[in-house]
Design a protein around this ligand. Structure first.
Ligand SMILES: [Zn+2]
Length: 259
């Protein structure tokens, strides 16, 4: 009993009280949960639907950035609606899939909005999709474009083209509505499973949201711009084992600092 009240113990208890007080005075911002955004570009609806059937066992959530919405057939639109109803996000990827930077250089930003963005928004709305995010075709963007699109979309996604060390990668959410995705297509020069593992591990360790993009989902790779369903399963399994959260692009809007 005597030892319980030694001066050292009293001092320790006192210090502990002080540190608790300090914590109360300076609340730390609540960090969001580490996670991954899986996003898919273009209009590979049948292939995405097939991948979705395989990956639902992981309760996954993804974002599908659709271009040329008026060329998509009724059966595929039905599939997209079903996917949206399940909990995936349907986002925009251009009415024609123009290279935004080149188009603006040739025709100006007003024409870009008139031809590529406004008809896309109108058509997606007419077809009953709740679209609040946009992914640039080819990841081609500029500050001028970001500015012009920022009132039209909550989240705007470009591409992170490099294969640098994870701490230098741009493909993590950085509290901005302009975000960048790392491409996990097999043909992407910087893609490999060990590197993807490094990126995932960094997200887990540092409480980050990793943003990935892909195009056509396939069982076997036959050409460029294809991602193996196996790769997606690898990501989903890693996420389940390491308790990472599936985010959609639009989820990031809730995490942005208050203006
Ligand atoms: Zn595209």
């Amino acid at each position: 009993m005597k030892r319980l009240f030694t001066p050292a113990l009293v001092l320790l208890t006192f210090l502990n009280l002080i540190s608790c007080e300090t914590k109360k005075e300076k609340p730390q911002p609540k960090p969001y949960k580490a996670g991954v955004i899986l996003s898919f570009d273009d209009a590979y609806v049948d292939e995405w639907y097939e991948a979705d059937q395989v990956l639902r066992k992981y309760s996954w959530k993804a974002t599908f950035n659709v271009c040329r919405i008026d060329s998509i057939g009724a059966p595929q639109l039905k599939k997209l609606h079903e996917m949206e109803q399940y909990g995936h996000e349907i986002a925009g990827h251009g009415y024609h899939h123009y290279n935004a930077v080149k188009f603006v250089q040739q025709n100006g930003i007003d024409q870009y909005l008139d031809q590529e963005i406004d008809p896309m928004i109108a058509s997606l709305k007419k077809k009953n999709f709740k679209t609040t995010s946009f992914a640039y075709p080819y990841g081609e963007r500029s500050d001028e474009l970001d500015k012009a699109l920022s009132s039209k979309f909550k989240i705007i996604r470009g591409r992170a083209f490099g294969g640098e060390a994870p701490e230098k990668q741009d493909s993590y959410f950085n509290n901005s509505k302009i975000v960048f995705a790392f491409d996990i297509d097999n043909s992407h020069i910087h893609f490999s499973i060990p590197y993807l593992l490094e990126l995932l591990h960094y997200a887990k360790k540092n409480n980050k949201i990793l943003i990935l993009c892909s195009h056509k989902t396939v069982k076997e790779v036959t050409e460029n711009y294809q991602t193996k369903i196996e790769t997606l399963e690898f990501v989903c399994k890693y996420m389940k084992l390491n308790d990472l959260k599936f985010y959609k692009l639009s989820d990031l809007d809730d995490l942005l600092p208050q203006q």
